[in-house]
Design a binder for this molecule. Structure first.
Ligand SMILES: [Fe+2]
Ligand SMILES: [Fe+2]
Length: 131
């Protein structure tokens, strides 16, 4: 998965987290079966922190569609955890399929829900890392 300029949303800590997300998805798309579970565990931990940070920004700034965005985060974490449990039960190759699904998911999520959050943070002037 290649980083694209269109992924830059102008909120520095969000953009940095998204770059790490893209790096981890790229690694997972080509992971060897033996390393799949470990990488998947790290990816879930990273994604939980990523989503928790955005959820906290939404709450602190009064982001109107907070429930929609938080709900989407919850669905993704639940599906990542189910892939991990299937990988642990002898299907490590599912992590590579999941990584390909995550590419299109991220493309859409960044352009819609995260872009809306970034615009809202700028609008209310609650820009993390700046003030
Ligand atoms: Fe995000
Ligand atoms: Fe998000």
């Amino acid at each position: 998965m290649k980083w694209k300029e269109s992924y830059v949303l102008g909120i520095a800590p969000m953009d940095a987290t998204h770059q790490e997300f893209v790096d981890q998805v790229t690694a997972l798309a080509a992971v060897a079966d033996e390393a799949a579970i470990l990488l998947m565990e790290r990816f879930i931990a990273h994604t939980e922190a990523h989503f928790a940070q955005e959820n906290q920004w939404m709450k602190a700034s009064g982001f109107p569609p907070i429930h929609c965005h938080v709900g989407e985060h919850q669905r993704v974490i639940a599906s990542l955890k189910s892939v991990l449990s299937m990988a642990r039960r002898g299907k490590p190759g599912l992590t590579r399929e999941m990584a390909r699904d995550m590419e299109s998911w991220f493309e859409n999520h960044a352009a819609t829900m995260d872009a809306a959050l970034a615009a809202h943070l700028r609008h209310v002037q609650q820009i993390p890392g700046i003030c």
